[in-house]
Each structure stands twice: as structure tokens, then as C-alpha cells.
Design a binder for this molecule. Structure first.
Ligand code: ASP
Length: 343
């Protein structure tokens, strides 16, 4: 009997398992991953966990992922968690930060590692970064003191809901600009243990592993740009929109145009939750610093603090799916739920 720990390897799609199609572009290839893994003898090394491979149908380029796919992934993790030490989710990098953030808010009572990984070059290609990402992720998924959703690519273990894709072509494609990596992976894996979340400390009350349910709600995102008008905002904020992530300038500033502020105030008065996050890669929204930020607060806009836009959007999606009033969603956005915001 094997004493090797078991890890669920959930293949959702993404470049790692893709092959080139007849037109030369990469596309998901059902069954290809099992065949490629069969060609990696190192996966039989006793230092690695044994793998329960589960391939989603359909496999997706992550640009095609929707909230229903986050639900499917969360459901699978809950169903299959009992027999494994941890989970590795193979996922495209394009929307990996969204899925990682969504899972961190959906999975309640999480007491094991959930590691999202992928690659910039398919495993089938000679210069693939997929082999190292996969093998290190399998090892990370058996780390006994890791009990949260993380992203691993190119040498850094990042908190999933702090991560963002920062490079379209580099192997170190992700960063978590407002939180140091949970670990640096070099010759050794150097953990920053003080940053790690305690087991079971997900959102919601402690208890067995479970997932919250997403509903078909309308949550949108908009990046402010010079010249934006109140009428553009009114179009965006039309029914049935329930929440907006507003990417503001610097420390949370917006134009002072009274019609634009009025459009925001009209929406918040109707119960639309509007959360301000900064367009900057690093730093946070501080709404009282400038008059241009203060007017947003007066219009009922809530500060997203140092959350990423991905974390703010997925957190809103999860909260709006629950039976909560707009005031309650706004309050919950201001509180830390899964390590996504400081203070
Ligand atoms: N378009 C791909 C995806 O997100 C890119 C990748 O996997 O890196 O699925």
C-alpha cells in the first residue's frame, strides 16, 4: 500500500494542457494532459504525492471562465476534498486571479491548500514552464500548515485574493503588490509563516468544508478615464446591475464633475453597491485624502482599501448572491473576509 499523500489535480484548461490547432493557435485539448503526465517519470517519485486527475468537460481557455465555472470548481473541491491532502487547480493565467479570489470567498471552513497554477508555454513544448509549476504546486498542496487558496507560478507563492497578472509573457506572470509572497521558492521554500491564514479561517462561521452558492447577479467593473461622463456611468449602472467596482485614480480620486457624482449618488440611493479600488498597482484607496475622493464618499461609494480589482469584483459577486441588503453588502466589503484587505 502506498504511503504517499494524495492530491486532487483538477484540470480546468489553460495553456499548460493546450496543443496547437491546425491554424497554429493554442486551444484546450481534451485527454492531452493525461498523456503528457504519462511522459513525466518524475511524477512516480516517492517525494511527490500521488495524483487523482480530474479533467473538466469542457476544458476552457480561462478567458471563457464565468462565475458558473467558479461554482463548478468550488463544488468539485468540496465533493473530492475528503480523500486528499490538498488540491491543485490547473487553470489559464488570464483570469486565474479572479478564480483564486472567488474560491477564497466561496470556500468556507477550508483547512487544506488549494493551489492554482498554470503556465505560459504548454507542457507539450520543449521550453514549457509548466513542469516546474506543476511539480512545485503538487508539493505545496501537501504543506500541512497551508490552509488557503494560493497562486503559484514562477517562484512565488501568492495569496490568491491578493494576486494579479502582471506579465503577459514572463514566467513570473503574477504579483501580489500589497502583500509579500507567502513563500519564495528557490533552492528552499522560504515561508513567511506570520502571513499565513489559520485552518478553517475562511469566510463564514467555522465548520466543515462547504461552498457558498452563486446566483445569476449583475456585478460590473469600470475603470475611470479622463473624459468619462455622468451619462456613461448611468448607462453602466442601469438595472439589473447590483454592484460596481469603480477603478479610481491614485488614492481613490475621481473627476469632480457634478453630473458624474450625481450619477453615482443616484445609483447608491437605489441600492447599488459601488466600491472604489485604485487603478495603481500598489497602494490603497483613502477617500478622505483629497476633495476629489471625499465627493465619492459623499455619493455613497465604499472604499475598497488595498483590495485588487479582482478581489473586489469576486467578493461583491459572492456577497450579492447571498440574501443581504445593500447596506450589509457595503459593510461586509469594508471588512476583511479571507485576507484580501489590510485593516
Ligand atoms: N489564454 C490562456 C488562458 O488563460 C493563457 C494561459 O493559460 O496562460 O487560458
Amino acid at each position: 500500500m502506498s504511503l504517499r499523500p494524495r492530491v486532487l489535480l483538477l484540470h480546468t484548461g489553460g495553456t499548460l494542457g493546450m496543443r496547437r490547432g491546425p491554424d497554429g493557435s493554442y486551444a484546450p485539448a481534451p485527454g492531452a494532459l493525461a498523456e503528457l503526465l504519462g511522459r513525466l517519470p518524475e511524477l512516480d517519485d516517492p517525494a511527490l504525492p500521488s495524483i487523482d486527475l480530474l479533467e473538466e468537460d469542457p476544458l476552457l481557455d480561462s478567458s471563457d471562465m464565468r462565475p458558473t465555472d467558479w461554482q463548478r470548481i468550488a463544488d468539485t473541491i468540496v465533493e473530492r476534498a475528503a480523500g486528499v491532502e490538498g488540491v491543485v487547480v490547473l487553470h489559464g493565467t488570464d483570469t486565474m486571479a479572479y478564480t483564486a479570489s472567488a474560491l477564497s470567498f466561496m470556500l468556507e471552513g477550508l483547512a487544506m491548500p488549494v493551489v492554482l497554477t498554470g503556465s505560459q508555454i504548454p507542457l507539450a513544448e520543449i521550453r514549457s514552464d509548466g513542469r516546474e509549476n506543476l511539480i512545485t504546486s503538487l508539493l505545496l498542496a501537501t504543506t500541512p500548515f497551508l490552509a488557503e487558496v494560493v497562486v503559484y507560478l514562477g517562484g512565488a507563492v501568492l495569496r490568491g485574493n491578493r494576486s494579479t497578472k502582471v506579465s503577459a509573457g514572463g514566467f513570473d506572470a503574477f504579483a501580489s503588490p500589497n502583500l509579500p509572497p507567502l513563500a519564495d521558492v528557490g533552492v528552499d521554500v522560504q515561508w513567511r509563516r506570520a502571513l499565513l491564514r489559520a485552518p478553517g479561517l475562511g469566510p463564514g462561521v467555522p465548520g466543515p468544508l462547504r461552498t457558498s452558492r452563486l446566483r445569476d447577479v449583475s456585478v460590473v467593473a469600470l475603470r475611470l478615464f479622463p473624459g468619462i461622463t455622468g451619462s456613461v456611468l448611468r448607462q453602466v449602472l442601469r438595472d439589473p446591475v447590483r454592484a460596481l467596482v469603480l477603478e479610481t485614480y491614485g488614492s481613490g480620486n475621481a473627476p469632480t464633475d457634478p453630473d458624474l457624482i450625481a450619477a453615482l449618488a443616484e445609483a447608491t440611493a437605489r441600492g447599488v453597491v459601488i466600491v472604489s479600488v485604485t487603478q495603481c498597482l500598489r497602494g490603497e484607496v483613502r477617500m478622505g485624502d483629497y476633495a476629489t475622493g471625499r465627493s465619492l464618499a459623499d455619493a455613497g461609494v465604499v472604499s475598497g482599501g488595498d483590495m485588487t480589482a479582482e478581489a473586489a469584483l469576486t467578493k461583491l459577486y459572492v456577497l450579492v448572491s447571498q440574501d443581504r441588503s445593500a447596506a450589509d453588502v457595503a459593510r461586509a466589503m469594508l471588512a476583511d473576509r479571507a485576507g484580501e484587505r489590510s485593516g
